[in-house]
Design a protein around this ligand. Structure first.
Ligand code: 2HG
Ligand code: ZN
Length: 475
């Protein structure tokens, strides 16, 4: 079927008002957030109902048309971008954006895939409940994408990742049939946990159209600090001390290097260094509670003072009000944007066991210093989860070409080291298209074979997001 035929058949199937075909309309769907890829597509489908998604997939399955599910397009690995063939259609979920139900007594919400994450947080809030997933792109990323990539963010240390928030899913399978486990059960041991397979599958097994999610008590008290530490080892020590001292109330614990402050204060309007003099490393930590208590700030202050007396902390400041707190978070959350403005970057979204994270940083940094003279390290992230964005930016004055030429060797060295530390080369950004070869390199052959078997079982015709996560088998 050529592109023209395909468009007219899809238009009959879905209705012309649910299909984009003009060049200008297609444009936003052709590139990924980091501009690593540029693809082509004959059409973007914009269904309003699950039934339309079902009809679309049944048609594509029968006619062997590849389908690329698309959420808020904030993926870091090209997971939502069609390939260059021009044969794959894009399926945008953005019109499936109803909050179907918020049930405070059940501590649950049922939301559709196209809901913006911030809208889900607000819906929970209006029922005096809390939805904990929080990340820099929460104003535009969609729940379907959060589920499909098993998104992490800044509250994982306390609440876990997206998979931990899922009670049930509604999924359209590649043959068009709808599999719904949209229950709100906390316990359900009835055979294989199929819903978990779709979380993190990046749309390669089917299309998630809705999810029932866990809600938590509203946050009623918080205390936030920005503290300088001598090194990552001190950050890890401080995390343990704070968890103990606060009765496990730490909800965020982020590591920030000096260069993170230099980049954000240079490129992002309104960002300021919270401390009077520069240090090499910092942590941004937050304690929260669902109780109306005023003891969190004294607990945090006491723990920091004790750490200061032992050299675990070098300096620090507590947020005095909400504006102050937001300023700390703005600094942290705009590091990726500042990195982008500053020039080319190489990104490594790695995770190692927290206890060995300082060793990892030391060894990986030494490798970078010795081997990438055109780069500078911008290593920051969710140290509370053992997840660092071990990134490099083109050094001031260095040639972009020379810097980018280091990419293959750098990736290999960093990811080999991650493997030696029993870690993961993709902690929270997924595989997409970017890391397919990495998965082949680092997964055990048994794991890879089982992943291909799962793909074959759900999607025997290989129509779902072809070439993402796993290399496409010839059809
Ligand atoms: C963050 O933690 C995001 O800010 C992006 O996961 C990280 O740009 C990055 O490498
Ligand atoms: Zn992150």
């Amino acid at each position: 079927m050529d592109a023209k035929d395909l468009r007219s058949r899809l238009s009959v199937l879905l209705g012309a008002d649910c299909l984009l075909t003009e060049e200008a309309q297609l444009e936003p769907f052709l590139t990924d957030h980091r501009k690593l890829y540029r693809g082509r597509t004959p059409a973007v489908a914009l269904p309003r109902t699950v039934e339309q998604v079902s009809r679309l997939l049944a048609f594509c399955n029968e006619n062997r048309v590849g389908v690329v599910p698309h959420g808020g397009n904030t993926s870091y690995c090209g997971g939502a971008t069609p390939d260059e063939s021009g044969d794959q259609i894009v399926l945008s979920l953005r019109r499936l954006n109803r909050i179907r139900n918020v049930d405070p007594l059940n501590w649950s919400a049922v939301v559709e895939a196209g809901c913006i994450l911030a809208d889900v947080q607000r819906a929970a809030q209006s029922a005096d409940r809390f939805f904990p997933l929080s990340l820099g792109s929460e104003g535009s990323c969609q729940i379907g994408g959060n589920l499909s990539t098993n998104a992490g963010g800044t509250n994982v240390v306390r609440y876990g990742m997206m998979r931990d928030q899922v009670l049930g899913l509604e999924v359209v399978l590649p043959n068009g049939r709808v599999m719904s486990t949209l229950n709100t059960l906390r316990k359900d041991n009835t055979g294989y946990d199929l819903k978990s397979l779709f979380v993190g599958a990046e749309g390669t097994l089917g299309v998630i159209t809705a999810a029932s999610l866990k809600l938590y008590p509203t946050i009623r008290a918080s205390a936030t600090a920005f503290a300088a530490v001598p090194n990552p080892q001190a950050a890890v020590t401080l995390l343990s001390e704070l968890r103990d001292a606060s009765g496990d109330s730490v909800s965020s614990f982020e590591l920030i290097p000096r260069v993170g402050i230099d980049l954000t204060t240079k490129h992002i309007p309104g960002v300021q260094d919270p401390l009077d003099r520069p240090y090499e490393w910092y942590v941004l930590c937050e304690l929260t509670s669902s109780r109306y208590i005023d003891t969190l700030a004294p607990i945090l202050e006491g723990a920091l003072e004790s750490a200061l007396s032992r050299g675990v902390v070098l300096d620090g400041v507590l947020a005095q009000n909400e504006r102050h707190r937001e300023a700390f978070w703005k600094l942290r959350e705009t590091i990726p944007e500042a990195q982008r403005i500053d020039g080319a970057s190489l990104k490594h979204d790695i995770c190692v066991p927290i206890a060995v994270l300082p060793d990892f940083v030391e060894r990986a940094s030494a490798w970078v210093r010795a081997n990438v003279p055109e780069g500078r390290l911008v290593c920051y992230g969710h140290v509370g989860d053992g997840n660092l964005h071990f990134n490099l930016n083109q050094a001031p004055g260095a040639s972009q070409e020379a810097f980018m030429a280091r990419e293959p060797a750098t990736k290999r060295a960093i990811h080999d080291l991650v493997r030696d530390f029993c870690g993961s080369f993709s902690a929270e950004h997924g595989i997409g298209r970017l890391k397919v070869a990495e998965l082949e390199t680092y997964a055990q052959p048994e794991e890879l074979a089982m992943m291909h078997a799962v793909k074959q079982a759900f999607d025997p015709n290989g129509i779902m997001n072809p070439g993402k996560v796993l290399r496409s088998e010839p059809r």
